[in-house]
Design a binder for this molecule. Structure first.
Ligand SMILES: [Zn+2]
Length: 142
């Protein structure tokens, strides 16, 4: 996103409570163009946000990907104060930590890593597969 508020937000290391910072609390999710001969989605688990941020810049510089996000696996984040976006098209995702789109979906590479999957609420973030009821609508109450 080409926005000063968002750029500063993405650059700053988010705080994670100690009890959820073990292991790999972040995942870099990168998407190749649809016409790529390689798989569309690439995932890389990361233990440190600063390393993930620098790694994502290196990944984007390859030119093989058209979008990238550092997705939180353990905590939902609200939008930074002052961030404006087209809310007629996009909703905030507390996991991707950016405006995104929620769609009906039952299959997504990120769903491979879920311990349990239920189909009771099928609208999910097209990028990280978080449920809209949790990472989208719930987050906007704060
Ligand atoms: Zn998301």
């Amino acid at each position: 996103m080409d926005d000063d508020v968002y750029r500063a937000y993405a650059r700053k290391r988010p705080r994670l409570p100690v009890n959820v910072s073990y292991g790999t609390p972040w995942v870099i999710v990168a998407r190749r163009p649809e016409n790529s001969s390689r798989p569309t989605w690439a995932l890389k688990m990361m233990d440190d946000y600063a390393l993930a941020y620098h790694r994502s810049k290196t990944i984007m510089a390859t030119g093989d990907y058209e979008d990238i996000a550092i997705v939180s696996r353990r905590k939902l984040f609200k939008p930074p104060v002052g961030l404006m976006w087209d809310d007629t098209r996009f909703s905030w995702c507390g996991r991707c930590r950016r405006p995104t789109m929620f769609r009906e979906m039952y299959k997504h590479p990120m769903m491979r890593h879920f311990a349990a999957v239920s189909l009771d609420e099928s609208r999910r973030c097209y990028y990280c597969a978080a449920r809209e009821i949790l990472a989208g609508r719930f987050m906007m109450r704060f």
